[in-house]
Design a protein around this ligand. Sequence first.
Ligand code: NI
Length: 247
Amino acid sequence: MLARTVRMAWPSDGSKGSNGYGAVPVLVGGSRYVEWIVQCQGQPDHTGYLVSITPIDAALRAWAPTWRGAIETADCMRSLAAFCASASLPPLSGLSLRVSPQHAYHWNPDMPERLHVQVSFEFSASHRLALPGCTDAENHALFGKCSNPNGHGHNYRLDVTVAADPAVANTVAALETVVDREVMTRLDHKHLNLDCPEFAELNPSVEHIALVCRNLLQAPLRAAGLDLVSVTVWETAKTCATVQAAG
Ligand code: NI
């Protein structure tokens, strides 16, 4: 798989610019910044390329001025995918649209009618890695400084992905309301071991935090008309755990 990010102003008027790293077409007054991520599947040929990035960029920038509808829709993704196919790009394994550092939309050709919405949140919490019933020495042997008795803190990032239902008028707002109520009020600015009953008997590793978030969110999201796809918790910029929705 090759993924290529194409950055541009939206709506696109097809205007040129010289900073492809920034955005082409260029950002002008009143335009918004978006990123399209095109994922192509296949194997590299003798050149070492799966596909040159030049036709990917060209296809996106030729297609963009032709689409005048809402972009956060499966219709839009299907239009872009069809354009990529007509431009003889390799088969797509997915398309993503990032509209802010915290908001992205994901589509893949296996479920062309569906659009996944991903929203990122942040919460601060302290924790201590320790197994109930183990001595401090035993916990230190297992978890090192992460088991220091008074704990330590993280700024956690929580990525929640749901399947967008067109019947839910504002999926992002509905998602954010549920996450705020079910997760933020429970975990933000808390000591997970001491303040949160969910971790009274559960070691608050990043894997378990992701699992708890999944369990807190899935039913309330469903009640709000949203199908949970997955939850990812980032403990640091280098470490995360992902849990899929329960079947
Ligand atoms: Ni930690």
